[in-house]
Ligand binder design. Structure first.
Ligand code: C2O
Ligand code: CU
Length: 504
C-alpha cells in the first residue's frame, strides 16, 4: 500500500537483484521488457517475438573473477579461487520452469571464459561453447545469456573455456528450475559437491593438465567440500522429508554415496524425473557433472549423527558429511510417503523401433589400470600412447577422431543427425577407465547397459559408462545445432574425448 501511495515500486514491480543470507539470488523481474510489451510495440512484432515479450524475463548477473574461499573451514587458511561473484560455489540460481531467464555474465578474470548451462535444453547460441556457439567472453566484457528452461530439475553452470583450471579452481554453481506446482517436501536443499587438490597450506595445487593423469583417472583431488566447505555435519530434524539435490561438480572424482541407516529414494536423474526407486546396493553413483535428486525421509533418532560415506574408490572410502539430528522431537508422528513422484518434463520420447543406430567407441588412455589403485601401479600403455602423452597430443578418441581443448575446433562433426529423427547411440567403452559422457542440448533415455534394459525410466544428460561396458542411449534430435558430446572428466575432455553431433 505504501508503494502505491508514494509511487515507489512495491514488491511486484521493478524488483532489484537480491541475495538472502544463503547467497541465493532471488527474483528480479525486468519490468522494462514487460512494459515494452504492453506499450504498443506489440502490434508490429511477429508472433514468436510476441511470445518472448509475453512474460518478463527474470534477470540475474554473475561476475567471473578471483576470490578467497574458506574451503577448509573457519580459522583455517583461506584458499585463492576463481569463482562467480566472489564465492564458492557460485550463487544458486533458482527459476521457474517455462519462465524466460536473462543472465548477464561479466568476465573479471584475466583470460577468456564462457558459461555452459549444463543440462538445460536451450538454443545453441546460448550453450556457452567457445568457437562453436559464441566467441570467448574476453576480460572486461559482458555477455548476455537468454533462455527459457523447458524442464524443471537440478542443473548447474560452469565455464567451457580453459576448463581444467576454471572449473578446477572453483567456477561452478547450481541452477535449479522449480516445478510449476511445488512438490510436497519440508525442505528443498542442494549439495554442491566438489573435489579439490589442496597443498598443505590450503592452496590449490598447480599441475593442471598433467599428461599421465589425463591418460588415467584425471585430476582427482584430496579434499571434498559440500557447498564450498569441508562439512562436519548437516543439520536435520527427525520426521522431516527433504528433497536433496546432489550435484557432482568435480573435475574427475566419481562418487558413490551411502547414507548410513537411511533409505534415500532417487526421484530424478540429471534433472529429469524417473520412477522413484532405491539406488542399487544403497549406493548413489555420481560421476562428474551428474545430478541426483533424492527424497530423504529423516527417520533417525533425535540427537544422533549418521555418516554419508563415499566409497567409490576401493580402499579409499571417507565420509563426506554427517546428518546431524537436532534434539527436537520428530516433526510429525507418521512419516510422509517418501515416494515422491515428480511431474514429467516435456521431453520427446524416442521411437526405438525406427531409430537410426550408431556406435560411438571410446578409445585410448592407459590400459589395465582400474580405479585409483591402477593409477599408482603403472599399467600398460595403449599403442603410441606414451609418445602422444609426451608430445601433448590427444590420448583419448571417439571413433578414431579426437578434438582437443575446450571445443575451439573446425573439426567435422562425428555424426550428422536429421532434425526430429530418433537415434540410438551405443557408447562402447573400450578403455580401462570410467567416462561420464555428456551430450549438450538434449536429454536422452538410458536404454540398456551391456544389453540389459535399464529400469525406472531413466533420462540423463551425462551417463557414466564403466570400463569395457556398452551403454545405449536414445533421444530425438529435436534441437538444431552443433552439440558437444564429451567426457566430463575434464582431463579426458581436453585431451581428445570430445566431438560434436550436428543436428540439422
Ligand atoms: Cu558440463 Cu560440455 O559440459
Ligand atoms: Cu572420460
Amino acid at each position: 500500500m505504501s508503494g502505491f501511495a508514494t509511487g515507489i515500486p512495491n514488491a511486484c514491480c521493478g524488483r532489484e537483484r537480491f541475495k538472502n543470507s544463503d547467497g541465493v539470488v532471488s527474483e528480479m523481474t525486468n519490468r522494462r521488457v514487460f512494459l515494452a510489451g504492453l506499450s504498443g510495440i506489440v502490434a508490429s512484432l511477429p508472433t514468436n517475438a510476441l511470445a518472448e515479450f509475453a512474460t518478463p524475463a527474470k534477470q540475474f548477473a554473475l561476475t567471473a573473477g578471483s576470490g578467497m574461499a574458506s574451503l577448509i573451514g573457519k580459522n583455517r587458511p583461506t584458499t585463492k579461487v576463481w569463482c562467480y561473484d566472489g564465492r564458492v560455489p557460485g550463487p544458486e540460481i533458482r527459476v521457474h520452469q517455462g519462465e524466460p531467464v536473462r543472465i548477464l555474465v561479466k568476465n573479471s578474470l584475466s583470460e577468456g571464459t564462457t558459461v555452459h548451462w549444463h543440462g538445460i535444453r536451450l538454443p545453441i547460441a546460448m550453450d556457452g561453447v567457445p568457437g562453436i556457439s559464441q566467441p570467448l567472453i574476453k576480460p572486461g566484457e559482458t555477455f548476455t545469456y537468454e533462455f527459457t528452461p523447458p524442464d524443471a530439475g537440478t542443473f548447474w553452470y560452469h565455464p567451457h573455456a580453459d576448463s581444467l583450471q576454471q572449473l578446477g579452481r572453483g567456477m561452478a554453481g547450481a541452477l535449479i528450475v522449480e516445478e510449476i506446482q511445488p512438490v510436497p517436501v519440508d525442505r528443498d536443499i542442494v549439495w554442491m559437491l566438489a573435489d579439490w587438490r589442496l597443498t598443505s597450506d590450503g592452496q590449490i595445487a598447480s599441475g593442471f593438465g598433467n599428461g599421465m593423469e589425463a591418460a588415467m583417472s584425471g585430476r582427482v583431488g584430496n579434499t571434498v567440500t559440500v557447498n564450498g566447505v569441508i562439512s562436519e555435519a548437516e543439520p536435520v530434524r527427525a520426521g522431516e522429508r527433504i528433497r536433496l539435490r546432489l550435484v557432482n561438480s568435480s573435475l574427475a572424482r566419481i562418487m558413490a554415496l551411502r547414507f548410513e541407516r537411511h533409505r534415500p529414494i532417487i526421484v530424478a536423474i540429471d534433472g529429469q524425473p524417473c520412477d522413484p526407486h532405491e539406488p542399487d546396493g544403497g549406493r548413489i553413483l555420481l560421476g562428474p557433472a551428474m545430478r541426483v535428486d533424492l527424497a530423504l525421509e529423516m527417520h533417525g533418532e533425535p540427537g544422533e549423527r549418521y555418516r554419508v560415506v563415499d566409497d567409490f574408490y576401493e580402499g579409499l572410502s571417507y565420509w563426506v558429511t554427517q546428518l546431524s539430528y537436532s534434539s527436537a522431537p520428530p516433526l510429525r508422528a507418521h512419516a510422509l510417503d517418501p515416494h515422491l513422484t515428480l511431474p514429467p518434463n516435456p521431453v520427446l520420447e524416442p521411437d526405438l523401433g525406427t531409430a537410426e543406430r550408431h556406435i560411438v567407441t571410446l578409445e585410448g588412455g592407459m590400459m589395465g589400470g582400474m580405479g585409483m589403485g591402477g593409477m599408482m601401479g603403472g599399467g600398460m600403455m595403449g599403442q603410441g600412447m606414451m609418445g602422444s602423452m609426451m608430445s601433448g597430443r590427444a590420448v583419448w578418441a571417439m571413433n578414431g577422431t579426437a578434438m582437443n581443448g575446450d571445443g575451439q575446433s573446425d573439426m567435422p562433426p562425428l555424426l550428422k543427425l536429421q532434425l526430429k529423427n530418433s537415434y540410438v547411440l551405443s557408447l562402447r567403452n573400450d578403455t580401462a577407465w570410467w567416462h561420464p559422457m555428456h551430450l549438450h542440448g538434449h536429454s536422452f533415455r538410458v536404454v540398456s547397459r551391456n544389453g540389459t534394459p535399464v529400469p525406472h525410466r531413466q533420462w540423463a544428460d551425462t551417463v557414466l559408462v564403466p570400463p569395457k561396458e556398452t551403454t545405449e542411449i536414445a533421444f530425438v534430435a529435436d534441437n538444431p545445432g552443433d552439440w558437444m558430446l564429451h567426457c566430463h572428466v575434464t582431463d579426458h575432455q581436453v585431451s581428445g574425448m570430445m566431438a560434436t553431433l550436428r543436428v540439422a
